[in-house]
Ligand binder design. Structure first.
Ligand SMILES: Nc1ncnc2c1ncn2[C@@H]1O[C@H](COP(=O)(O)OP(=O)(O)OP(=O)(O)O)[C@@H](O)[C@H]1O
Length: 275
């Protein structure tokens, strides 16, 4: 099935950080082809906070991994800041935050954050300055000398975010970073992430299964559906940039959440029309 978006998100602008045109990715497996992405057309502009939401297996992670040059598209085009994914990876155009914190247990938090900086050849003083700045940004100052196992799950994930921010890429790719955390910690990290986004002006691509999380965080919500993974709706949020947690009870918030829910339902085969 082909999905052409009539939404303005489907048009290219000069500010485009990510531009996907007719993007497709089919995995060859022993059991046959798995179409993970099909005809995805999407533009993400500088400074946007874009959430990807959809049922398990709809291709959210695959889309992020394709941006990160960890998977190769089988059709269509994808550019990051006008570059191919390979060029973008080589120029370290993005930081990546995984679902699990993925910190090295034998390194302290500051040494974990330093790792990409060491690889990039930054001087020790530059490393120290960046570690301090990013630890401040994620509210982890004072925990530099701790090992990952001495920190809570939420703090470990904040350390992973600090590491992804340390080399100052303009684009942050986040794959369900708070999925394994309890609701209170998740709420807290969501509001911290919004502040961090406002302070750094990064472009953020954020995968989630949670409708409230997607609506709370985003300027744009991309709804995806399985069989095959495709974009079924792109919802622009008109919520104010200042978002206290109780904004989630306002009619404006609930209206966007209802639209996301409708989009998710429409993509499900058991609703009939989209098999
Ligand atoms: N390396 C691979 N080889 C074969 N199939 C794969 C591979 N990676 C992903 N897939 C398949 O591609 C589809 C999309 O997977 P993907 O992980 O992108 O989905 P997702 O939306 O991120 O799911 P989840 O929400 O569960 O993380 C799934 O059917 C998955 O089984």
């Amino acid at each position: 099935m082909t999905t052409e978006l009539s939404n303005p998100a489907g048009t290219t602008t000069q500010d485009a950080v990510i531009s996907a045109r007719h993007l497709g990715l089919t995995f060859k497996t022993n059991d046959g082809d798995v179409v993970a992405l099909s005809d995805v057309n999407l533009t993400i502009n500088k400074g946007e906070f874009v959430s990807f939401i959809g049922p398990s297996g709809c291709g959210k992670t695959t889309f992020l991994r394709t941006i990160a040059d960890l998977e190769q598209p089988t059709s269509g085009t994808l550019t990051i800041n006008g570059m191919t994914p390979e060029q973008a990876r080589q120029s370290r155009a993005y930081g990546y935050v995984f679902q699990a914190p993925a910190l090295y247990p034998w390194r302290t938090i500051e040494k974990n954050i330093a790792l990409p900086l060491e690889i990039m050849g930054h001087s020790k003083s530059e490393q120290d300055a960046r570690i301090k700045r990013t630890m401040d940004l994620v509210n982890l100052s004072g925990f530099e000398k701790k090992y990952p196992w001495q920190l809570s799950g939420g703090m470990q994930q904040r350390a992973s975010i600090a590491r992804a921010l340390s080399f100052d890429a303009d684009l942050l790719l986040m794959d369900e970073p708070f999925g394994a955390l309890d609701e209170i910690v998740r709420d807290h990290l969501n509001s911290e992430l919004l502040k961090l986004w406002a302070a750094t002006q990064k472009t953020i691509c954020f995968v989630t299964h949670s409708i409230p999380e997607a609506v709370y965080l985003s300027t744009k919500i991309v709804v995806m559906s399985p069989r095959p993974g495709r974009v079924t709706d792109v919802i622009e949020s008109n919520l104010p940039s200042e978002r206290p947690l109780d904004i989630r009870e306002t009619p404006e918030f609930l209206e966007i959440a209802a639209r996301v829910r409708d989009g998710l339902r429409a993509g499900h085969s058991y609703d009939g029309d989209h098999v």
